[in-house]
Write a protein that binds this ligand. Structure first.
Ligand code: PEP
Ligand code: MN
Length: 293
């Protein structure tokens, strides 16, 4: 039976082999997002605003992060906000803007889906579909994502153990979609000085237990713009296959998560610094260009 180093079964004690397990599949899975490969030797950087707010905000941010070397563009059109009175995202209009800037920049798009009824719609615009922390245990949504033929970025639930997280990924693989990327984005602890506690130990643990690529979100993981570069570098140093970070052309004016969004200049500087960390651990910041660029 598959066990983690604490000798605890990772599949709830059942003897059914886990599709996510490295014992089932020793080779690392490489997820191909329109030509950008995650899980190989190159480190992939996903950057962009928390939410798509306007044409100007998205396009200026996208052009700049591309210039700085980002490989994939992020931007939420359907936002899971803690308050129903906060900006909820532009919905399909946001997806349309993502589609336009994708054509212009050649950057593949990742955007979140929150509802089983919208998986098809989101998949028709996105190159990769994000399932957010709040939906990590939304099993109908995981099954729907497993039936769609797009790569899935599955973020760790903010209160999920490693076992629960891997079993959530198992739902997607079990439906026939093996193109899953895991993302550590911080967990809830007693600590309140950061938004979440970024669990960097999850990276070597997930990579030991599973063949799936693992990336890190230091933006939601800390909630603090000034801390994002330090944790991004740390993530690369401990073996992350990539990063997803919030970047905004005017962080102080952002409708969502401005306090944890890097400015365009801060992102450019961080990309230069990350190259040094990557080479110190024998990796490179990906220079692969998307296939349709
Ligand atoms: C996001 O990446 O836009 C997001 C809402 O993150 P999380 O699901 O990790 O909170
Ligand atoms: Mn956000």
């Amino acid at each position: 039976m598959e066990t983690n180093p604490c000798n605890k079964p990772i599949n709830g004690g059942s003897s059914i082999p886990s599709r996510v397990s490295r014992k089932t599949k020793p080779d690392a899975t490489i997820v191909n997002i329109n030509g950008v490969k995650v899980g190989g030797s190159d480190i992939v950087v996903i950057a962009g605003p928390c939410a798509v707010e306007s044409r100007e905000q998205l396009f200026e941010t996208a052009r700049s992060v591309k210039e700085s070397g980002a490989n994939i563009l992020r931007g939420g059109a359907f936002k899971p906000r803690s308050s129903p009175y906060n900006f909820q995202g532009l919905g399909e209009d946001g997806l349309k803007l993502l589609g336009i800037i994708r054509e212009e920049t050649g950057l593949p798009i990742v955007t979140e889906v929150m509802d089983t009824r919208q998986v098809e719609l989101v998949a028709s615009y996105a190159d990769m579909i994000q399932i957010g922390s709040r939906n990590m245990q939304n099993y109908p949504l995981l099954k729907e994502a497993g039936m769609c033929r797009k790569p899935i970025l599955l973020k760790r639930g903010m209160m999920a153990t490693i076992e629960e997280y891997l079993m959530a990924a198992e739902y997607i693989l079990n439906q026939g979609n093996g193109q899953v990327i895991l993302c550590e984005r911080g967990i809830r602890t007693f600590e309140t000085s950061t938004r979440n506690t970024l669990d960097l130990s999850a990276i070597p643990m997930l990579k030991r237990l599973s063949h799936l690529p693992v990336i890190v979100d230091p933006s939601h993981g800390t909630g603090l713009r000034w801390m994002v570069p330090a944790m991004a570098k740390a993530a690369v140093a401990v073996g992350a296959d990539g990063l997803i970070m919030e970047v905004h052309y005017k962080p102080e004016a952002a409708l969502c998560d401005g306090h944890q969004s890097l400015s365009l200049d801060e992102f450019a500087q961080l990309m230069a610094d990350l190259k040094k960390i990557a080479s110190a651990v024998g990796r490179e910041i990906s220079s692969l260009k998307p296939s349709h660029a």
